[in-house]
Every structure is written in structure tokens, then in C-alpha cells.
Ligand binder design. Structure first.
Ligand code: GRF
Length: 203
């Protein structure tokens, strides 16, 4: 079974959605470890309630390179093969990216390349877009930038607020993150340039 390592900084609802799909047998993987970089990350507690190995590795005050070396060591110790960022609020170092080539995923609450960075749903709302959504992508050294695995669109209604839009985007996030993992772990795929191509015969 493929071993996943989850990194999170907060609420952890994407982690929970993935854990549900793993438990239901829809994602053929095992969550080997959940690591939070902030002591107040709620996701840590819910991981422990599920009986998963969950640790706090505080990042405060540490430079990116030395923190990421700790992360790599903790992930390697339990044999993690895929790294899943679930609301992990730090950029990863080049060394970290090289440690897990083509095996790090992130989810972002906009249709990238629109609105990278913080508060993407608010950015999209304020810009006045009629369609926003979410993106699952491979992680490279740049913020919200690597090759795209899946996207889902969400239309913006007249009476939406940033909060109501965020809620509907979150429902799609929970759906496509697990679905992306399921496809990547069960189908043939390759990356050509920026394009993630699933094999047409089975994808
Ligand atoms: C989500 O909106 C995700 O797209 C972004 O951070 C948020 C994390 O939410 N990267 P949660 O911690 O998974 O609930």
C-alpha cells in the first residue's frame, strides 16, 4: 500500500476528506504520518482521534532549509512515498522538492494560474470573476505553480459572499483531492512539460 505523508497547518478538512476516502477503500493508500508545523493546527487532533500517527514539528523561528530537513527525516522514517499538502502554509525548499520528485501534491482554492497565494477565494470574489474553483497540482519551488492534475469549476452567484463561495469551493476541493490521488495511484500517467497526461486507454 502506498504510504502518504500529510502536511498541514490548520483546520485540516482536506486531510479529513482524504482520510475518509482512504478508510472507505477508495484511495489505495495508507496515511503513514500527519505532520503539523503549528501547535494550534486542529488537523493534528483529528488525526490522533482517527488513530493515525500525528506529530507536531514546530517551524517557528527555523529557516526553510533546516526545517525541511527535519520534515524529510520524519517522512522518510516512516517510509512516506507521496507527500500531500493539506493547507500547509509554507513554501518548500528545493531540497525537499528533490527528495520526493513528482510525488508532492497541493490543493489551491482557485482555478490556477488565477489568484495564487493567500485568500484566493477573496481575491477571486473581489476581482468579480463569474467562475472560480480549485486546483490539485504537483508542487515545485514556486508558489501554487506546478503541473495541474485536476480542476473543478464553481460559478459565482449574485448573492454570494466570499464565505459562501469558499464553502462551495471547499466541497469541490474535498472531492477532487481524493479523486486526484485515486487516479495517480491507480492509473498510468506521465508529465509532459506542464501537462499531466493520464493514459487514454484507462484514464
Ligand atoms: C484550503 O482552502 C486549501 O485549498 C488551501 O488551504 C485550505 C486548507 O483548508 N490550500 P483545510 O485545512 O484543508 O480545511
Amino acid at each position: 500500500m502506498t504510504k502518504l505523508g500529510i502536511l498541514l497547518s490548520g483546520r485540516g478538512s482536506n486531510f479529513q476528506a482524504i482520510a475518509d476516502q482512504v478508510a472507505a477503500g477508495n484511495v489505495p493508500a495508507e496515511i503513514a504520518i500527519v505532520i503539523a508545523n503549528r501547535p494550534d493546527a486542529l488537523g493534528l487532533e483529528s488525526a490522533r482521534e482517527r488513530g493515525l500517527k500525528a506529530i507536531l514539528l514546530p517551524s517557528k523561528g527555523l529557516d526553510r532549509e533546516s526545517y525541511d530537513r527535519q520534515l524529510i527525516a520524519a517522512l522518510r522514517e516512516v517510509g512516506v512515498e507521496w507527500v500531500v499538502l493539506a493547507g500547509y502554509m509554507r513554501l518548500l525548499s528545493a531540497e525537499f522538492i528533490r527528495a520526493f520528485p513528482q510525488r508532492i501534491l497541493n490543493i489551491h482554492p482557485s482555478l490556477l494560474p488565477a489568484f495564487p497565494g493567500l485568500d484566493a477565494q477573496h481575491q477571486a470574489f473581489d476581482y468579480g470573476v463569474k467562475v472560480s474553483g480549485c486546483t490539485v497540482h504537483f508542487v515545485d519551488e514556486h508558489l501554487d505553480h506546478g503541473p495541474i492534475v485536476m480542476q473543478a469549476a464553481v460559478t459565482v452567484a449574485n448573492d454570494d459572499t466570499p464565505e459562501s463561495l469558499s464553502e462551495r469551493i471547499l466541497v469541490e476541493e474535498h472531492r477532487i483531492y481524493s479523486e486526484s490521488l485515486r487516479r495517480l495511484l491507480t492509473e498510468e500517467w506521465r508529465i509532459e512539460g506542464r501537462r499531466v497526461l493520464f493514459s487514454p486507454s484507462i484514464g
